[in-house]
Design a protein around this ligand. Structure first.
Ligand code: ZN
Ligand code: ZN
Length: 264
């Protein structure tokens, strides 16, 4: 940099200049992060899922607003890199939250903290899944069973072992498959697990085949019409080999079922 060049605002020399202004002065004169006056967060009061960008996601989250909810509303200056934002709810009612945030940003090599303040209106709306669940809506059943014959185990022991295998499967399930879980029913011969998305049930059935050698028998029954199309309910009967069940130790205290018991 030629000597004698100085920031036209603060007069300091030796700093990199853009259009005659040093980074510090430019940062002072730029709106680094802009916040809309009021934002709206749509939240399912039953499961905590949020509705954003046309879809529901994040079932199981708490009602406290976080970066996931609020950062998408921030308008970031094109030269700014957003490092992080910490939020604190200053005042809240169930429908209106006043939130203070501190954004850590980078601008032309400088790190800055920018206070952001926003008012979030929280709109309670029952999500698709909770709505379906409350109406006992389902499109698919996954049946967990032992081998057809011979029946060597007592029903309770069989169910416990099936539950342990199920918990192992569940731990590997994608979150969108889990989101389609409806409820489950205990039967003498095993478990029936109800799903609100057939694709999720089919994916879990395939995973059971791949990982545990389960045999899949698929059947479908017509249960109605929607938008001029026949709608089928599909049942995936999974028969787990005796060897798989023998090695599936039920966790003490029914812990193996914890993964599924998180749901009502
Ligand atoms: Zn300056
Ligand atoms: Zn919900």
């Amino acid at each position: 940099m030629p000597s004698g060049e100085f920031c036209v605002v603060c007069g300091r020399t030796g700093a990199a200049l853009v259009e005659g202004v040093c980074a510090t002065c430019a940062a002072d004169r730029t709106e680094l992060v802009r916040v809309p006056e009021q934002v709206e967060v749509v939240l399912c009061p039953t499961c905590g899922a949020r509705f954003a960008r046309g879809r529901w996601s994040g079932a199981g989250r708490s009602g406290v607003l976080s970066s996931e909810d609020l950062v998408p509303f921030l308008v970031i200056h094109p030269e700014v890199g957003l490092r992080s934002v910490t939020w604190e709810e200053r005042a809240r009612s169930s429908s209106l939250r006043e939130v203070d945030g501190t954004a850590l940003v980078r601008f032309r090599g400088l790190e800055r903290t920018v206070p952001v303040h926003l008012l979030a209106r929280v709109v309670a709306r029952t999500c698709t899944e909770c709505g379906r669940r409350s109406g006992r809506y389902y499109t698919a059943i996954v049946q967990l069973r032992g081998e057809a014959a011979p029946r060597t185990r007592r029903p309770k022991e069989l169910r416990d072992r099936l539950e342990a295998v199920w918990a192992a499967l569940w731990a590997e399930a994608r979150s969108d498959w889990r989101a389609a879980f409806g409820w489950r029913e205990e039967l003498p011969e095993g478990w029936d697990v109800y799903f609100t998305e057939t694709l999720a049930a089919r994916s879990l059935a395939r995973l059971a085949k791949q990982r545990f050698g389960a045999r899949i028998v698929e059947s479908a029954s017509l249960f109605g019409r929607k938008n001029g199309q026949d709608v089928y309910r599909v049942t995936f009967c999974l028969r787990f080999p005796a060897a798989t069940l023998a090695s599936a130790a039920p966790a003490p205290g029914g812990g193996a079922g914890a993964a599924v018991q998180r749901y009502p």
